[in-house]
Design a protein around this ligand. Sequence first.
Ligand SMILES: Nc1ncnc2c1ncn2[C@@H]1O[C@H](COP(=O)(O)OP(=O)(O)OP(=O)(O)O)[C@@H](O)[C@H]1O
Length: 229
Amino acid sequence: MIACHDITFCYPGAETPLFEGLTIEIDRPGFHALFGPSGVGKTTLAKIISGDIDTFSGQVSLSTAKPCLYTFNRERLPGWSPVGRHLEKTTPAGRGPLRDELIEHFGLSPLMGLRFSQLSMGQCNRVNLLRYLLQDFDILIMDESLANVDDPTRQTILYRIKALFPETIFLYISHNVVEVARFCDRIIVCRGAHRAPQVDQIRGQNHRADQPLDKEAMEHAMLEIMNAA
Ligand SMILES: Nc1ncnc2c1ncn2[C@@H]1O[C@H](COP(=O)(O)OP(=O)(O)OP(=O)(O)O)[C@@H](O)[C@H]1O
């Protein structure tokens, strides 16, 4: 459903390519991760998949009917606008009930009367992610979208997204090894163009709120991810 084949990409002026003949595949819906050290190219790969960067060689094929959206933390929001009114104005037709459910589960109800300029970074990031979840998409890339959000709230949000969108592909970029091992199905570990293989794929716990958590398997996945990175 996401297939990147033989991708080579170099930023203009850079001495070495960021990716050289990189191939990755995600063949089923669910919650997957892009993981790896800072600067290894996760955001760049996300932008190649979403179509924001098109100056690469190789092929990207997305076999989905609806678009692939890319969202990141610190996205620009209309600072002067009251949050509730902005969400009402931008909610697509028929998505009001989903919006209201997400507002409640993302812990945003008390903020609806405030302006964006009055929100914390973590509050802005939650509202921004919610705006994307109301759109039409088959793939959503979440680039550190829950940065500055406390762990219990992140957990609630991730469980809710997984329950509400079982047929969608999420590509979750995060530096939190515990989180990706727990919530994600496949973890694509980016290792850099100079290493072979450039990426490794690890199975996570893909945990849902109504399941028991296999802590031993999760710790094993965390070790595998750390060793691969
Ligand atoms: N527009 C750009 N022009 C030139 N180089 C860039 C550009 N954007 C990113 N880079 C470089 O490409 C490399 C990969 O950046 P990228 O943002 O994809 O990494 P990342 O893995 O997402 O990092 P982080 O985890 O810190 O967000 C870095 O060395 C960065 O300096």
